[in-house]
Design a protein around this ligand. Structure first.
Ligand code: F6P
Length: 509
């Protein structure tokens, strides 16, 4: 299966009516680890589905899955395996026991923290993969916080972020947890330094050490930073990428704040999805099929973005979380051998909470000039009020239907015959907007774990199809270096090399 053949199939698909395609090809919903995916409203005919699966075989997607789970070097530029999956499974071999032990250690530490009633607040300081995962987890299960703990987060280098996180807290009853895999991230070190000063000025250096817990894959740097302060440090493995580290000790704050058993359910849910991805044949493999759909929609149908619409209050942070996971993993144009990626790679991932988005960007989705595949995540929950659950579900299904089928001028004229022509035309919904529906009955910790694991594997397999390395992030370095160079410029000690930047510095003075 060549790119030309796929492009010819895409040309045919673009000339088709989505409504007709959806009627002609109704793939059975795919199920895994408690989730069901309906992909019937995509520009994928039976012929395209077969072609994509043929391409997947040709590119040995099954081998890529085996590589991941056998701890092969899937991150060649850093010469590392990617062992996030190992943190959620009992050690299957000595290969992963070391990494798995770091999560077990964190769970033990969290058990002790949860039992420590002298701690009434935990402040989690970290950014990116050292923040989004725990923050998503905390927001999803905010109604299940252990009663005596208040959990706050601080990520940004904007000083207000830490000030708000510490506002009103008693240093004597507060635990500061600093998460940084590299222990070299400016924002985190800045906030940790200020938080340590906050503790020391209230408690003195010796007692302050009992209110500080660091989690890192770089203990030497942490020890140097602590400069003799005997604070506790937990490990996180170098072989687990930051954006794949929610399963690691990076989550020790949420392990403690929501209870270790809940977190074990979360890990078990992910392990359930791992078993599916590891064993299911490609045509039934949810991660492989969704990766192929991303590959098809982005690289052949030419859709430049994908909107994740979380029709579940518990999942309102999921689009933010997935932005780092997918865009920091696959927002690349050069592959591991230094070759240009042969096709357009990862789309812009954006989205928000349903039904809230219907009062914001859904106008754009329905009648804008851009076609955007949408992904509805529906987890209505059965313990909530029936009317609200019914409304949420009805809105999700209605939005997907109208996005796909639109509303034609003839339908409008038939339903509203007295409308002036120029108004009737403005009411046309073009339709032809594809969507995937991912749904589960209730968003439990296990289902959240399964969902995140699904997206991790989908991201990795899409990277394989795009012939890029999903596990490094060279694109974040230059900006950091440049920011360091601009600080003396802002202090007036030197001029910026770039004239436009220098002009801006002068405006900001
Ligand atoms: O954005 C760059 C990045 O390195 C992310 O990959 C990472 O999750 C984040 O910064 C924080 O890094 P660290 O955990 O090393 O502080």
């Amino acid at each position: 299966m060549t790119f030309d053949e796929l492009n010819n199939l895409a040309a045919k698909a673009k000339a088709s009516e989505l409504r007709d395609l959806a009627a002609a090809h109704t793939p059975a919903p795919m199920k895994a680890a408690g989730w069901t995916a309906d992909v019937s409203r995509q520009f994928v005919s039976a012929e395209v589905e077969a072609a994509l699966l043929e391409y997947a075989q040709q590119e040995n997607l099954t081998g890529a899955i085996e590589d991941l789970f056998s701890a092969a070097i899937v991150n060649p530029s850093e010469d590392r395996p990617a062992l996030h999956w190992a943190l959620r499974l009992p050690p299957e071999s000595d290969l992963t026991a070391t990494e798995h032990a770091t999560t077990v250690n964190a769970l033990h530490k969290a058990t002790a923290l949860a039992a420590d009633t002298t701690v009434s607040a935990i402040v989690h300081i970290g950014i990116g993969g050292s923040d989004f995962g725990p923050r998503l987890y905390a927001d999803a299960f905010a109604d299940r916080l252990l009663s005596h703990v208040e959990l706050r987060f601080c990520a940004n280098v904007d000083p207000l972020d830490l000030e708000l996180a510490l506002a009103g807290l008693d240093p004597g009853k507060t635990l500061i947890i600093g998460i940084s895999k590299s222990f070299g991230t400016e924002e985190t070190l800045y906030n940790l330094e200020r938080a340590k000063t906050w503790l020391e000025s209230a408690l003195g250096p010796a007692e302050a050490a009992n209110h500080l817990l660091l989690v890192t894959a770089n203990p030497d740097r942490a020890t140097k930073w602590l400069n003799g302060v005997p604070a506790t440090t937990l490990d996180m493995p170098l072989s687990v990428g930051g954006r794949y580290s929610i399963w690691s000790a990076a989550s020790v704050a949420v392990m403690a704040s929501f209870g270790v058993e809940t977190f074990r359910d979360f890990l078990d849910g992910a392990a359930d999805m791992d078993r599916h991805v590891k064993t299911a044949p490609l045509k039934d493999n949810l991660a492989a099929r969704l990766a192929l759909l991303d590959f098809w929609n982005t690289s052949f149908m030419g859709f430049g973005s994908r909107a994740v619409l979380a029709y579940s209050r518990r999942l309102r942070m999921l689009p933010t979380y997935l932005q780092q996971l997918e865009m920091e993993s696959n927002g690349k144009s050069v592959g591991p051998e230094g070759h240009d990626a042969p096709l357009p790679t990862a789309p812009l991932l954006w989205g928000g909470e349903g039904s809230v988005g219907q009062h914001s960007y859904h106008q754009w989705l329905h009648q804008g000039t851009h076609i955007v595949p949408t992904e509805f995540i529906l987890a209505p929950g059965s313990r909530s009020d029936g009317d609200g659950v019914e409304a949420l579900t009805a809105h999700a299904l209605a939005q997907a239907e109208v996005l796909a089928n639109g509303r034609s001028l003839s339908e409008i004229n038939a339903e509203e015959p007295d409308l002036p022509a120029h108004i009737a035309r403005q009411k046309i919904h073009p339709g032809g907007r594809p969507s995937t529906i991912l749904h589960t009955e209730e968003l439990t910790p296990a289902r959240l774990g399964a969902l995140i694991a699904l997206y991790e594997h989908r991201t990795y397999l899409a990277g394989v199809l795009w012939q890029i390395n999903s596990f490094d992030q060279w694109g974040v370095e230059r900006g950091k270096t440049m920011a360091t160079r601009l600080k003396p410029v802002l202090r007036g000690e030197s001029k910026a090399d770039d004239p436009a930047t220098q002009r801006l510095v002068e405006q900001l003075k």
